[in-house]
Design a protein around this ligand. Structure first.
Ligand code: ITT
Length: 195
């Protein structure tokens, strides 16, 4: 086992994402330390979250001698919107927002939705890229509910907790079932094996 703590950078401009992951990381006894870094990245319009994450990782125009990772996430309304907004999640949130989404599905009683998260890690000791994925299934709320979390959290109801939106949960509760936490747990297992 190595003695000094090695820094791993999470490259993201989204402080909510970093704080969720930081909470999970703090519980672990690892030889790695986690730091947030904002760096210019390119977010392409691709057909899958995985492609977006890989391109984002490769677009980091920063010379690192450490390991670093990016994460891309998306919200998919499978019924009735066939996966929309998916890879367009950021654009749709910034334009029509949660109110606009609810208007689109107002005539549908039954909905199905999920979140996906993909972490793309450049692992310096092996000079290789690794991918970790997570998802959570649920449905769309009839109204905007809750004030914690961010993004689509106020309109997503996870199957595990069918009476609450993600935005009505504490970070710890969201972390116990979320797409991000599931991807992150896979990354943590990888780091535990490589220390
Ligand atoms: P990066 O700097 O890490 O790229 P970002 O804010 O651009 O952060 P993404 O492209 O990964 O994030 O996310 C796409 C959209 O999905 C964005 O509008 C987020 O607000 C939303 N989103 C991502 N994760 C979410 C979560 O856990 N809960 C609710 N909304 C989420």
């Amino acid at each position: 086992m190595k003695q000094e703590k090695e820094i791993i950078y999470f490259i993201t401009g989204n402080n909510h994402k970093f704080n969720e992951i930081k909470k999970l990381f703090q519980k672990e006894e690892l030889v790695y330390d986690l730091k947030q870094k904002t760096a210019a990245t390119i977010e392409i319009q691709a057909s899958s979250i995985k492609e977006v994450a890989l391109f984002k990782l490769n677009s980091v125009n920063f010379l690192f001698s450490n390991s670093y990772f990016v994460e891309d996430a998306g919200f998919f309304i499978d019924v009735p919107l066939k996966g929309f907004p998916g890879v367009y999640s950021k654009f749709v949130l910034n334009t029509i927002g949660n109110k606009g989404i609810l208007k689109l599905i107002t005539d549908y009683w039954s909905t199905a939705a999920h979140f996906e998260a993909v972490i793309a890690l450049y692992f310096q000791p092996l000079d290789k890229i690794f991918i970790f994925e997570g998802s959570v299934e649920g449905k769309v709320s009839k109204e905007i509910r809750g004030t914690s979390g961010f993004g689509y959290d106020p309109i997503f109801i996870p199957n595990e907790l069918p009476n609450t939106t993600f935005a009505e949960l504490s970070t710890e509760e969201k972390n116990s079932i979320s797409h991000r936490a599931k991807a992150w747990q896979k990354l943590l297992s990888f780091l535990r094996e490589h220390q």
